[in-house]
Design a protein around this ligand. Sequence first.
Ligand code: MSP
Length: 503
Amino acid sequence: MKVQRKFYITTPIYYVNDQPHIGHAYTTILADVLARFHRARIGEEKVFFLTGLDEHGQKVQQAAEKRGLSPQQHCDDLFPRFKDLWKKLGIQYNDFIRTTETRHIKVVQHVLQKVYEAQDIYAAEYEGWYSVAEERFLTEKEKESGQFRDVKQLKERNWFFKMSKYQARLIEYIETHPEFIQPDHRRNEVLGFLRQPLGDLCISRPKSRLSWGIELPFDRDYVTYVWFDALLNYITVAGYNSNEKNFDKWWPADVHLIGKDILITHAVYWPTMLFSLGLPLPKTIFAHGWWLTGAAKMSKSLGNVVNPLDLIEQYGVDALRYYLMREMVLGQDANFTLEGFIKRYNSDLANDFGNLLNRVSGLISKNFGGIIPVRDELIQEDLEIKNVGENLNSNVHRLIGELRVNEAIEEVMSFIRMVNTYLEKQAPWKVAKVDLKRAETILYVSTEALRLSAVLLIPVMPEKSKTVLKILSALESKANWGELKPSTQLQSHPALFPRIEII
Ligand code: MSP
């Protein structure tokens, strides 16, 4: 496997017009899981994980007005809710950007001036359909589709970015870089969009209509269109125009994680902006699907519609992280149902992972006074486990490298199931009565498999996996087979994932 030099991953920056919800939580957990896997493989200092808030624009201004607050007060008030939720969800980001910070405003204004001087920005009178809800001008086709709310005709002088100039170059880039837009069907969607002539991008809003934004450095009557401002966050934090050494190290980003609804802004607007600046494009823009959580999707038989984030209080943060990561095939939509959550919890976490710990620790306590046994000669059945165990780390990391997170998790879970079956067949509780050495080996192999699985599950379920490793007095960093230290005393513990009983 090729060893990466560094890994820079980003989430979208979220609008502060609302409370954080499952959509925000999902992308952020996903980025956290990927960042943690990469840290484990290439080292802490080589991974950079960025998230943050998109604080400008009409949506935020309107949300603030509704609450009778100034936009800045409104943002300052909502910011801790995001920060607190990330803390609760165990998110280990390296930086958290707010677009109202000076460091970002400086970069946006610098970029605007630079692109203006390069003559990629011009002023023009524009008349067209404008969606207030979407905060942008619509094409005739979009207007006719009837998909947009609050559409009105607007005639205005504005500033435009010459996006059309880069259309051919972008198409060529996408066609020659298959890893750039993923999954494949999203790349095709973007190429389809680019088959139509690409217009120029209106990047200003007159202050008379919207005052909450970053002032254009070359025309003080206007503020910057929120997307032109927001997308630049990815280079602000990397050190663009402020810290060359950092910027060289981190840019281009390795993965921009986004939801499918913000594909065009990321896969069309953003690359053309980077072309104009003469900067390399991010390696991969990955658009994931949506969680469908409507009332109809929630379990009727179980009663209430739940806010997925409320499940944290009841079942713990790791169970939610696991469900979100295991259930969604990256790139497709998924249904969030309470029934589905409980089913996964009981089968994968209580019955498979939790049960393996219970069995192993129960048997070791009963037969060997709680001391992890020393292994003897391995027989064929043990070697089968060992063989899978020896390849597990590299298999998991290969899948993670390909952004196949649910499959990477399944790799570990199926190993755990294999070990449970092995235990049943080998029946060490019976063997112990006749051949203590053989029973010791079976339990050594099972415990080692449990240890290895826990190490590889840390990025997904940091708390519970670390609990398992504590019980085994094992290190968090050893992802190779054979690292279990025999003769150590097991720590006592409550059930890892108590079954959820449905009454
Ligand atoms: N501020 C912009 C992003 C700017 S990035 C330079 C924005 N913010 S948002 O808060 O509206 O949405 C953020 C993300 O949440 C998007 O990627 C969107 O796809 C995601 N989700 C919102 N609801 C979702 C689900 N129900 N499921 C999964 N993700 C969804 O857009």
